[in-house]
Design a protein around this ligand. Structure first.
Ligand SMILES: C[S@@+](CC[C@H](N)C(=O)[O-])C[C@H]1O[C@@H](n2cnc3c(N)ncnc32)[C@H](O)[C@@H]1O
Length: 356
C-alpha cells in the first residue's frame, strides 16, 4: 500500500477538486447543470484514483447513478442536495469503504444481492467456483429427467430413489434439521458450506431450478443476510442453517446423501490481507482460514464434505492460489478421488474439485 492509498478523507491530497475540498470543510455543494455535474463526476474519479481506488471511473459513475437514480447520460440538472450526497459518498469511497457497502448491493452471476456491513463481500473469482458446482448439479438434474444419459454412473438411480422416497417418512427423517417440505424436491441435493451472504446458494437455486439447496453459515448476521438474499431471489428454495459447517453434528442427517458440496470458506493465510477495503471491512472470521497457512478451516470443510457426499458426489471448494497441492493431499487422505485443482479465468489454481 502506498502513502497516498492510505489517505482517507481527512488526509485528502491538496490537488483534490475544489468541490470535494469544500465539502470536507463543511460546506454544501451547489446545484449543478448537466455538464457541470459530469465534470464533477470526472473530478471525483480522479480523486478516487488518487486515493488508491482500483476502479475509480466506474465507482464514481456508480455513485452518481445511485444518487440521481438514473444513468449519468440521462441526467439534466442536479440539485444541491443530490450533489452534496454524491460528494459525501465519494468521500466514503475515497476513505476505502467498499463500493458494495456504500450502495448496499453487489452482483454475483447476474444476481443482485444485498450487501451489509459485517458480511463478506462476494468476489468475482467465486463465480467460476460456483459455476463448476452449478454445471455438475445441472448435469445431474438433466440425468434425472433423462435417466439414459449418465454423467457419473448411478447418479440417476440415486436421484430417482430420493424422489421415490420423497412422500415417505424415511426421507423426512433422514433430513434431520432441514424441513420436510424441502425434501420433496426431486432434483440434486446441493450444500453450500460457509455461505456468507448466500451468493453461491442463491446462484445454484436460480440456475438449477430443480435443485434442493441447503446453506450453512456460522455467523448470525451473515446467516440472516443469506436468508434474506435467498428468499428474495429464489423464494422457498434455499434452507439456511446457522451452524459450524465443520462440526460432524451439522446436517448429520444428510451424511452420505449430498450430490454436490460447494464452499468458499475462509482460507487467507495469517497476515496476508493487503488492500484496505478487505482489511477494514471484511470480517476476520470470513477471511482467515486459521494457522499460518490459512488451511485449518478448509481442511475441516474437506473432511466434513467427504462425510456429507454420497458415493460419486462432487466437492468444489475455493482456495488461495498457493494452497492447491496441500488441499489435494487433504482430499486424498479424506478418501476422495479424482482430485484436481481447477483454475480461475487468469489460469491460477483456485479451487479443489474431488469426488467421493
Ligand atoms: C470467504 S467468506 C465466503 C462467503 C460466501 N461463500 C461467498 O463466497 O461470498 C467465508 C464465510 O464462512 C463463514 N464461516 C467461517 N467459519 C465457518 C464455519 N466454521 N462454519 C460455517 N461458516 C463459517 C464466515 O462467517 C464467512 O461468511
Amino acid at each position: 500500500m502506498t502513502g497516498s492509498q492510505e489517505k482517507g478523507w481527512a488526509g485528502a491530497p491538496r490537488d483534490w477538486p475544489q468541490a470535494l475540498l469544500g465539502l470536507r470543510d463543511g460546506r454544501s455543494a451547489q446545484p449543478l447543470g448537466r455538464y457541470a455535474f459530469r465534470r464533477l463526476v470526472r473530478d471525483a474519479s480522479r480523486a478516487l484514483a488518487e486515493a488508491g481506488v482500483s476502479s475509480p471511473e466506474s465507482d464514481a459513475r456508480a455513485l452518481a447513478d445511485l444518487v440521481v437514480g438514473r444513468p449519468l447520460v440521462m441526467v439534466d440538472d442536479v440539485g444541491a442536495a443530490e450533489a452534496t450526497r454524491f460528494l459525501t459518498l465519494v468521500a466514503r469511497r475515497a476513505a476505502r469503504e467498499p463500493l458494495q457497502l456504500i450502495t448496499g448491493r453487489m452482483w454475483f452471476r447476474g444476481l443482485e444481492l444485498r450487501a451489509r456491513p459485517g458480511v463478506f463481500i462476494v468476489r468475482p473469482e467465486t463465480e467460476v467456483v460456483a459455476g463448476a458446482a452449478i454445471d455438475a448439479a445441472r448435469g445431474l438434474a438433466r440425468e434425472a429427467e433423462s435417466p439414459g444419459e449418465r454423467a457419473d454412473g448411478g447418479a440417476a438411480r440415486h436421484l430417482a430413489a430420493r424422489h421415490r422416497d420423497a412422500d415417505g417418512a424415511s426421507v423426512r427423517a433422514a433430513s434431520g434439521a432441514v424441513s420436510g417440505e424441502a425434501a420433496l424436491v426431486p432434483g440434486p441435493l446441493v450444500v453450500d458450506l460457509c455461505t456468507g451472504s448466500g451468493a453461491i446458494a442463491a446462484a445454484v437455486a436460480t440456475e438449477v431450478p430443480t435443485a434442493r439447496v441447503v446453506a450453512v453459515e456460522i455467523d448470525a448476521v451473515a446467516a440472516a443476510l443469506a436468508r434474506e438474499n435467498c428468499e428474495r431471489l429464489a423464494p422457498g428454495r434455499v434452507e439456511v442453517v446457522q451452524a459450524d459447517a465443520t462440526a460432524p453434528a451439522t446436517l448429520a442427517a444428510l451424511d452420505g446423501t449430498v450430490d454436490v458440496v460447494v464452499s468458499n470458506p475462509p482460507y487467507v493465510p495469517a497476515g496476508a490481507v493487503e488492500d484496505p477495503e478487505t482489511a477494514r471491512h471484511d470480517p476476520e472470521r470470513a477471511l482467515f482460514g486459521g494457522g499460518a497457512d490459512g488451511l485449518a478451516v478448509p481442511t475441516a470443510v474437506v473432511r466434513r464434505s467427504a462425510a456429507l457426499l454420497r458415493p460419486g458426489g462432487l466437492l468444489v471448494m475455493e482456495h488461495d492460489a498457493g494452497q492447491g497441492a496441500a488441499l489435494r493431499a487433504v482430499a486424498t487422505a479424506a478418501g476422495l478421488r479424482q482430485v484436481r485443482t481447477g483454475q480461475d479465468l487468469t489460469g491460477r489454481g483456485r479451487y479443489l474439485r474431488a469426488r467421493r
